[in-house]
Design a protein around this ligand. Structure first.
Ligand code: ADP
Ligand code: MG
Length: 337
């Protein structure tokens, strides 16, 4: 029974991830090796190109599992739970993640906020016991929420009384960056799919571009478009179709607007960010989903260090001009510089 549940969860995860590899990863050639693991609440597919990849693959799965254990918000023994219970941590991973979160939060007018854990819990997202909380209950949580409740030192993180963090918006991107470094050190190439996060490393051995499919929010079996990527990039999608509940025909998704303490309710179905760093792409994809397309486009014009794809509820797809895309059935528009 347990085994059946596991395989059911595995196949569900395939449907739930925001981006998927093309083609499916079950064709092995002598110069490539594939492994699938379940970590960070999602199915991950790791493909390494080259001979003698066994040791590197073992390191990648080891690193991901160690990070999963350290950053689990539900495990009693994780480094994150220790921070949430004691209000203090000197864990280097937690210090790095908080530092990155502060930078992205500042860039996005607070749209990324890693102190929303009590709010996600009030909506039932952490336990899948979904409910619409009373306004008073949310108001009471407001004083625990805000990036100003975190004090970041050189080697430590301290939280205000009652504040609790959750790295759900960043952890897979951080894991992708660690994996990328290990693969680069070994001078190999890789295509890594960590749930909705895709990380390419190096060049494909046959010299062709990496082809990444971005899911159609209305039909997760299909891609709304495909992207050609060269070199090492992170491609990360945040959307309202993976984790959500419906009540009275309203969709309540797992990404929370820090201003309202409620699930984001805009016109977007998903945002995909393409950047050099997995951590940046992951943080930005969540933040851009909160901000909406107009503010996200403005940030893109100002920064120029990432590319993005916005999928709107009306079916339209908006892409930044630095991307090479092959459209599917939806109309694709290029964002003006
Ligand atoms: P996923 O992890 O499903 O790929 P995201 O990277 O967009 O999606 O992260 C969403 C997760 O981040 C939520 O499940 C929750 O744990 C947390 N979260 C929700 N809203 C925010 C927010 N505004 N800022 C930071 N983290 C958030
Ligand atoms: Mg994210």
């Amino acid at each position: 029974m347990k085994k059946r549940l596991f395989f059911l969860l595995l196949s569900l995860a395939l449907l739930l991830s925001g981006c998927r590899l093309l083609p499916e990863v079950n064709v092995a050639t002598p110069a490539q090796s594939d492994t699938a693991i379940w970590a960070m609440d999602t199915r991950m597919e790791l493909r390494l190109y080259g001979d003698s990849t066994g040791a590197v693959m073992t390191d990648l799965t080891g690193q991901i599992n160690a990070l999963d254990q350290a950053l689990s918000v539900t495990s009693a023994s994780s480094a994150l739970t220790s921070l949430n219970e004691t209000g203090r941590s000197e864990d280097v991973r937690i210090v790095s993640l908080v530092s990155a979160a502060q930078k992205i939060s500042a860039l996005t007018d607070g749209a990324l906020d890693i102190t929303l854990y009590p709010v996600s819990r009030a909506w039932g997202f952490t336990t899948q016991t979904y409910q619409i909380p009373e306004t008073e209950a949310l108001d009471a949580l407001r004083e625990l929420v805000g990036m100003d409740k975190i004090t970041l030192g050189e080697e430590s993180v301290c939280l205000a009384e009652g504040t609790k963090l959750d790295f759900g918006a960043l952890a897979k991107g951080y894991a992708a960056d660690l994996c990328r470094r290990r693969v680069e050190d070994a001078e190999l190439s890789a295509l890594l799919s960590l749930g909705g996060n895709i990380q390419t490393v190096g060049s494909k051995p046959d010299g062709s571009a990496w082809v990444i499919g971005v899911q159609d929010p209305d039909d997760m079996e299909h891609f709304a478009l495909t992207l050609n990527i060269t070199g090492s990039k992170a491609v990360v999608t945040s959307g309202d179709y993976q984790r959500y509940f419906m009540e009275d025909d309203v969709r309540y998704c797992h990404i929370i607007d820090p201003k309202t303490l409620a699930p984001v309710r805009g016109t977007l179905r998903s945002v995909t960010v393409i950047a050099d760093s997995g951590l940046t792409a992951d943080g930005l994809s969540t933040a851009l989903f909160v901000m909406g397309r107009a503010a996200g486009e403005a940030l893109w014009r100002q920064r120029g260090d990432f590319e993005a794809i916005w999928m709107e509820a009306d079916g339209s797809v908006w892409v930044t001009p630095g991307l090479t895309v092959t459209p599917g059935e939806r109309p694709v528009y290029t964002v003006a510089r």
